[in-house]
Design a protein around this ligand. Sequence first.
Ligand SMILES: [Zn+2]
Ligand SMILES: [Zn+2]
Length: 311
Amino acid sequence: MTPREPHRRPQLGFLYLPPYRVQGLSIAGEETVVQIPELDVVFDIGRCPRAALTSPYCALSHGHMDHSAGLPYYFSQRQFQGMGTGTCICHPDLAPLIHDVMQSFMKLEGQKTPYEVAPLAPDDETLIKPNIHLRAFKTAHTPTSLGYVAVERRTKLLPELAGLPQEQIMARKEKGEPITREVEIPLVCFTGDTMWGDHFDRPDVLQAKVMIVECTFLEPGHKSRAAVGMHLHLSDVVNLLSKCEAEAVVLTHLSRRTNIGAARKHIDEAIPAEHRDRVFVLMDGRTNRARLDQQKAEAEAEAAEAATPRV
Ligand SMILES: [Zn+2]
Ligand SMILES: [Zn+2]
């Protein structure tokens, strides 16, 4: 009898939540890496799957190995593949530790790997794309931890000037009067590992269009276990759904103990019907594949319709 083949690495989870792709791996205790290619950022790095290399920014939520182990590899491979120097955005307390890790790796390898560390204190932000800033916020996990929200800044005409003729608006501008205001649009939020806390009252978190949230414990009897590890329980997610405006809430960091079928059952039982359509599970490959096929079919039908000459 021939021996059994080793397990394959799990396939990357993939969701298309227009205009964003949310892709990566996230299994509690094993590996978490969640990439938004459109925002040039990968949240945590897990063991650095190949796809994650394309993001020039890696925003680290905390130092647990399953979230951070791939960081030296990310820096080194980006260099090796000629992709430019990667930047790790992290809590200021973590920055010297990352330098230590990189110094050790450079000694181990006998070569110099270019890398950048950009410390970001809670409530500070850094520009990641034109008009798009990544803001850190304090979360509550066993070691020092941060969540992140990507925020777009747009300059808009003052509402009282809407509809006025262009000459009148320009005349105001020439007089030195303000004609615009800056508005902030929270785009994507990544909670990282955290327990429930007042960070879930923040307007920027609650208004994000896409919310990527950890949900480590699902079973009704596991609330105390969630509290010990400073993680969220499905009941916290139900709470969050009742107050957040997100069009899509992506659950990550589910435990391997619960298979996806059982996880779906817990989710459907706990989440009220009116919220179910906006809840996604990153690692539910089968459901996400069916949805993607449907999105493709709809896009093809639309393209065919657009190409049909009207008579
Ligand atoms: Zn974790
Ligand atoms: Zn953790």
